[in-house]
Design a protein around this ligand. Structure first.
Ligand code: F6R
Length: 242
């Protein structure tokens, strides 16, 4: 694994943006795996600036998002589709048809999971998968205990995950109980994986991840099995590992 240590959130975001943009310059038909949450927001701002300032084009790029809440439609302000449209897709020259996110309202949910995994195999796997890091080591919504062989599936969200995401909702009861997520196996199919971690809250998870060892109760640790992982951490996130 390649470790890139940077000073702060801004540097993490711009350093990640350079890697994403290089991927697109190398292959204009790149498939990007995308995460939501607070961590990649700065990266997405940088990518938007890159369209204007560095003439990066997303016309032929496809994206595959990691996850979506069950029960929230695309136009729900807390859905990950809404998030991705608002924070990235609407501001770059990507074709919306080329942006893929699980449908949180599809029924039965199992069929949607199968459709999504087949889509990953058909148009992907991503050349570059971006991941944030949950404080409990989750990646996507793969909570501790998720098996390595897991593909896209429906999960019951842990209380800790719902609590850390309540900041986007009016109250805890409004945070969905379930989500559709790419599995560990789906994520490991990617050619390259870029993990981003910023801030003190992530320091214990970064410390445990960097200590090595693969364990089902700490999902990000499965990334040790992948040959091309880059972790970008800022000073605070690295503070306990140092
Ligand atoms: C988001 C996702 C999650 C987040 C993780 C960190 O699509 O899959 O795994 O990356 O919960 O969230 P933030 O970035 O909000 O700290």
């Amino acid at each position: 694994m390649k470790l890139i240590r940077v000073e702060n959130y801004e540097e993490m975001s711009s350093s990640a943006a350079r890697l994403v943009e290089q991927q697109i310059l190398d292959n204009s038909r790149s498939v990007l795996g995308l995460a939501t949450g607070s961590t990649p927001l700065g990266l997405y701002e940088q990518l938007i600036r890159g369209v204007h300032e560095r003439h990066i084009s997303y016309k032929q790029v496809q994206t595959i998002s990691l996850d979506e809440y069950c029960g929230l439609s695309a136009d729900h302000p807390n859905s990950y589709r809404y998030f991705m449209n608002g924070h990235l897709f609407q501001h770059i020259d990507i074709q919306l048809d080329n942006t893929h996110i699980p449908d949180g309202t599809a029924s039965p949910v199992e069929a949607e999971c199968q459709r999504y995994e087949a889509l990953i195999d058909r148009i992907g796997p991503p050349h570059l998968q971006i991941l944030g890091l949950g404080t409990n080591g989750h990646i996507g919504f793969n909570e501790p205990g998720t098996p390595e062989a897991s593909v896209t599936h429906c999960v019951k969200l842990e209380e800790s995950t719902r609590k850390s995401n309540v900041r986007f909702f009016s109250d805890l009861d409004s945070v969905p109980m379930h989500a559709i997520t790419m599995g560990i196996q789906s994520i490991l199919k990617s050619e390259q994986i870029l993990v981003l971690a910023s801030g003190k809250k992530k320091a214990p998870a970064v410390k445990r991840f960097l200590a090595g060892g693969v364990s089902e109760d700490f999902p990000v640790s499965f990334l040790w099995k992948h040959p091309h992982v880059t972790l970008i951490v800022d000073k605070e996130a690295y503070s306990l590992a140092a």
